[in-house]
Design a protein around this ligand. Structure first.
Ligand SMILES: [Zn+2]
Length: 152
């Protein structure tokens, strides 16, 4: 599988860790949006699109956010988080990837390509002040992508 297109939407804002959103096309036929470029103390890395893990209350089946001790609907105590099916690095953050590479090789390939595209865009974007990129970014802002950035 090959990456055939990467679109980078720079995010130079209040959140210093989040550098950009990217939209990646595979083999000209499959698109994954909201792959994030994150700045950490160890350098840049990518974060796959993720969602918050939710737990159903055993009594009323209300979907509570993982980590809740009591149901937000009926106040019943909630059993400790079942972490067996959450990938290691996401378990702490209570986030689960929506789409992600299965092999280490492909993960590295994807990360290398995305970071290359980001660095190229960061260079050129600074010069040109691309209006369309700004517009796209503001659309993406309205999507619920805020989760995950505050956790280490
Ligand atoms: Zn409940």
């Amino acid at each position: 599988m090959e990456i055939t297109e990467i679109r980078v939407f720079l995010k130079d804002g209040q959140d210093k860790k989040l550098k950009a959103y990217t939209t990646v096309t595979f083999d000209n036929c499959f698109v994954v949006r909201n792959i994030k470029v994150i700045q950490s103390s160890n350098g840049l890395f990518i974060a796959m699109p993720s969602r918050k893990v939710k737990l159903s209350c055993e009594k009323c089946h209300f979907r509570n956010e993982a980590g809740s001790k009591f149901c937000n609907h009926c106040a019943a105590a909630i059993a400790p988080h079942e972490s067996s099916n959450v990938r290691g690095e996401d378990a702490k953050a209570e986030h689960r990837d929506i789409a992600h590479p299965v092999t280490k090789e492909f993960r590295e390939y994807l990360q290398t390509k995305v970071l290359e595209a980001y660095q190229k865009e960061a260079k050129e974007g600074g010069k040109q002040g691309d209006k369309t990129a700004e517009k796209e970014t503001s659309i993406l802002d309205s999507v619920d992508v805020s989760e995950g950035e505050t956790t280490e």
